[in-house]
Write a protein that binds this ligand. Structure first.
Ligand code: FAD
Length: 395
């Protein structure tokens, strides 16, 4: 077992950290306060190849493994969690659905456009009445013998109003499944296709420079070629994509918690006597306890994230580990940002204090791509299914 990053991952981490500090950090506050999608950051992200992180070079990607993706996302999450969400959902949801489950023709057609950042990607599963329970979506796709016709609405679609390429899920009738139940089908849809209408753009408490919109599908007509994978079989495909997404989201949450920790250390270091930290006081102070606890938990959350990424890279099962990483990192980011706000005190309520932004952003990561309760559900199902005990421990 080796706890060190490889020289390649270390170089990548340093390069992205410098990029984030120099190019993204200076305007992160401004982007949050403007509450608009940050188009001005797109050319910077393109230049770094960040729209095609895990895709093979043949399709215009960087060819990074999952660990590399996590290393990048932690750094982005540390300075600007909105941009991190743009990069994560573009790479990990929309592009991955096409890359992992699409035909070679679809990969060749769409991945180079997505990987170069020419088109942004959106992935639309959630609906006003169906989030955690994806199988209950109401959007329908009917096949009329020559084409598919989609009707329904999507909500909370990241890049919903700014994407060029959409992956949209709809329910298809029983004839398109093997087991006789109505299945989900994933479709790839280009911006501007008649019937694909952009609805309300959400004003959010956090992640405010990430675009989130509703989509309305009204007789959206698509050819057979638009189906990703097999008609009626996209539920499993979507769950595979979401498992990977959870590892990526976990890395971003680690980045947010680390950002709060760094602000906390900076704040306390400049005021050690105020916080009772002095050579004359050998006891553990409140500030020291908070910093030590969060630092330890950031390391623990990162290790869980790296373990899930490592399993993905090894092509081994990782669903339970992905949920564990997301549960721990997501909850930690909310708690760490909250505790550092407490530590700083009233000045933390100022919009000048970056920790309030981290706090608002962290909460949305705890919800998106499966809330903490859903991660607990997934983990507990694995535990109960796989538990094998030769003999109970005697009392
Ligand atoms: C910033 C942001 C970006 C997003 N981007 C996208 C995107 O790009 N594409 C997309 O498709 N979706 C996206 N989502 C939607 C997101 O995936 C859903 O919000 C999430 O899955 C939860 O679904 P819901 O909001 O419908 O909540 P619900 O499913 O209605 O859940 C409400 C509450 O009930 C709990 N709950 C639900 N079911 C259970 C259960 N069985 N047991 C115990 N508790 C339960 C949940 O944990 C939650 O606390 C985004 C969300 C956010 C906040």
């Amino acid at each position: 077992m080796d706890f060190n990053l490889t020289p390649h991952h270390l170089e990548l981490q340093n390069r992205i950290r410098d990029f984030c500090d120099q190019k993204l950090a200076p305007k992160a506050k401004e982007r949050d306060q403007k509450e608009e999608f940050s188009w001005e950051a797109v050319p910077l992200l393109k230049e770094m190849g960040l729209f095609g992180i895990p895709f093979a070079k043949k399709y215009g990607g960087l060819g990074e493994d999952e660990l590399g993706l996590c290393v990048i996302l932690e750094e982005l999450g540390r300075v600007d969690a909105s941009i991190a969400l743009t990069i994560e959902s573009h790479n990990g949801l929309c592009s991955s659905q096409i890359y992992l489950h699409g035909s070679e023709e679809q990969r060749l057609r769409y991945i180079p456009r997505l990987a170069s950042g020419q088109d942004l990607g959106a992935w639309a599963l959630t609906e006003p009445g169906a989030g955690s329970d994806a199988a209950s979506i109401q959007t329908r796709a009917e096949f009329d013998g020559t084409q598919w016709i989609l009707n329904g609405s999507k909500t909370f679609t990241t890049q919903g109003s700014v994407a060029g390429i959409y992956v949209i899920f709809a329910k298809t009738s029983a004839e398109f499944t093997e087991n006789g139940r109505e299945g989900l089908t994933a479709f790839v849809v280009e911006k501007g296709t008649p019937g694909l209408n952009i609805g309300k753009i959400e004003k959010k408490m956090g992640l405010r420079s990430s675009d989130t919109a509703q989509l309305h599908l009204h007789n959206l007509k698509l050819s057979k070629d638009a189906v990703i994978g097999k008609a009626g079989r996209a539920f499993r495909d979507a769950m595979v994509v979401l498992d990977g997404g959870r590892v990526a989201i976990s890395a971003i949450s680690v980045g947010i918690a680390r950002a709060a920790l760094e602000e906390g250390i900076r704040w306390v270091k400049e005021r050690e006597t105020e916080y009772g930290i002095s050579p004359e006081n050998p006891g553990l102070t409140y500030a020291q306890r908070v910093l030590a606890q969060i630092a330890s938990e950031v390391d623990a959350a990162r290790l869980l994230t790296y373990r899930a990424a490592f399993l993905m890279d090894q092509k081994r099962p990782y669903s339970q580990e992905a949920s564990m990483a997301k549960l721990i990192s997501g909850d930690l980011a909310v708690r760490a940002t909250s505790e550092i706000l407490d530590l700083i005190g009233p000045e933390a309520s100022s919009l000048e204090c970056p920790v309030q932004r981290f706090f608002r952003d962290s909460k949305l990561y705890q919800i998106g791509e499966g809330s903490s309760q859903i991660q607990q559900l997934v983990i507990s199902r694995h535990l109960l299914k796989n538990f094998q005990s030769p003999s109970p421990v005697k009392a």
